[in-house]
Design a protein around this ligand. Structure first.
Ligand SMILES: NC(=O)c1ccc[n+]([C@@H]2O[C@H](COP(=O)([O-])OP(=O)(O)OC[C@H]3O[C@@H](n4cnc5c(N)ncnc54)[C@H](O)[C@@H]3O)[C@@H](O)[C@H]2O)c1
Length: 344
């Protein structure tokens, strides 16, 4: 088996929020650990990322020929498959969500699996899933089950959640069970690993299309001196994570030896807060902010179905996962200083 070191990395959805954070961070690991970064996105790459990637491919993850071409041109050994249609956009266009989230992920998994098998080398496939895979049926049950385990309440109510849950299983399938009935089946060399992100909050980018977006939108609006109408009730509670922790989780999960992993899908906890608590924190730092509430019943229903928090003891045990930022530290040490600087 050939081992590639340093790595050639493919990042799909490279122009998104996580893509920005990941490319910045991987840029710092250049030469030592990373040889080449291939970025792929449907949209043009933000010019600030241009000199941090080696190759940019403008294209669609549903285009199987294009993906095969990328794999045959570059000796890719790690894939960060970030491209997706997120929860709110997905509810507006469920067919598109399915096509991109399931079709695109299937394309990448099966091509990566074929290449790994043909070239007899391991390809790591890192996949960000989401707390949208949970579907807690009532607020009462949500309050009674504040920390949900990986295998609980897996009844998502959005197309996005349904898609991501299926793709987690597809990844496990390609890594562990693919063609197991074929007598001549080869060892499986696709190494699929997945974290379920909570809502992410970045100081650098503003989200579009997600349902946890009220938190980052509230903060960025306050920093820009704009009014903000929050689309969920003040008591709505889910968990969030500062973007640097989300990026660290992806990189830590990539580096851990496979024999230390007892599963392929991991919860990771950040901090669990209500919309009101976020409002208070935002007002502490931007006292003039004008925040009101106008509930969107459909988006509220989605937030109510997501867990308040998760039990991440598997990630803690297997790879010593610990978020660096709690609620206070995320705002005081990361978000507020960076956002004040951004909009000054
Ligand atoms: N941001 C969050 O709060 C959050 C939470 C949980 C999970 N995630 C997951 O993390 C990943 C990245 O999320 P993000 O916040 O960066 O999202 P984003 O919407 O900011 O970025 C997604 C990127 O994918 C690209 N894209 C969409 N469809 C594509 C297609 N068909 N082909 C190629 N590119 C396409 C978009 O142009 C965009 O640049 C996603 O898989 C998402 O499900 C994000």
């Amino acid at each position: 088996m050939t081992v590639n070191n340093p790595k050639t990395i493919l990042i799909t959805g490279a122009n998104g929020e996580v893509g920005h954070g990941l490319i910045e961070k991987l840029g710092k690991l250049r030469t030592k650990e990373i040889k080449k970064i291939i970025a792929l996105d449907l949209n043009d790459l933000d010019p600030i990322l241009n000199d941090k990637v080696d190759v940019f491919v403008k294209g669609n993850v549903t285009d199987r020929d294009l993906l095969s071409d990328v794999f045959s041109k570059y000796n890719i050994d790690t894939v960060y498959h970030l491209a997706a249609v997120l929860s709110t956009t997905g509810e507006k266009n469920p067919e598109l969500a399915h096509e991109v989230n399931v079709g695109g992920t299937f394309n990448l998994l099966s091509i990566a699996n074929q290449v790994a098998s043909k070239e007899n080398r391991v390809i790591k496939f890192i996949f960000p899933s989401t707390i949208a895979v949970y579907g807690i049926p009532s607020l009462k049950l949500k309050a009674q089950n504040p920390k949900v385990k990986e295998n609980e309440f897996l009844n998502p109510i959005t197309m996005y959640g349904v898609n991501k849950l299926y793709c987690e299983n597809l990844g496990r399938y390609f890594s562990s069970y693919y063609q197991s009935l074929n007598t001549d089946h080869r060892p499986l060399l696709l190494d699929f690993r997945c974290v379920r992100f909570p809502g992410l909050i970045s100081a650098e980018t503003i989200p579009t299309g997600g349902t946890s977006d009220y938190a980052p939108e509230m903060l960025h609006a306050a920093a820009k001196g704009k009014k903000f109408e929050c689309f969920v009730r003040p008591d709505s509670k889910i968990h969030f994570m500062a973007m640097p922790d989300a990026i660290d989780a992806l990189i830590q999960l990539t580096k851990i030896p496979e024999n230390k992993l007892s599963g392929r899908v991991y919860n990771i906890a950040g901090f669990s807060v209500s919309a009101k608590e976020i409002e208070k924190m935002v007002k502490k730092h931007f006292p003039k902010s004008d925040i009101s509430y106008k509930v969107n019943p459909e988006r509220q229903k989605i937030i109510d179905s997501w867990s308040e928090d998760v039990d991440d003891c598997l990630a803690v045990k297997d790879w010593a996962w610990k978020a660096e930022y709690d609620f206070k530290k995320a705002f005081e040490k990361y978000l507020i200083p960076a956002i004040k600087n951004k909009y000054k």
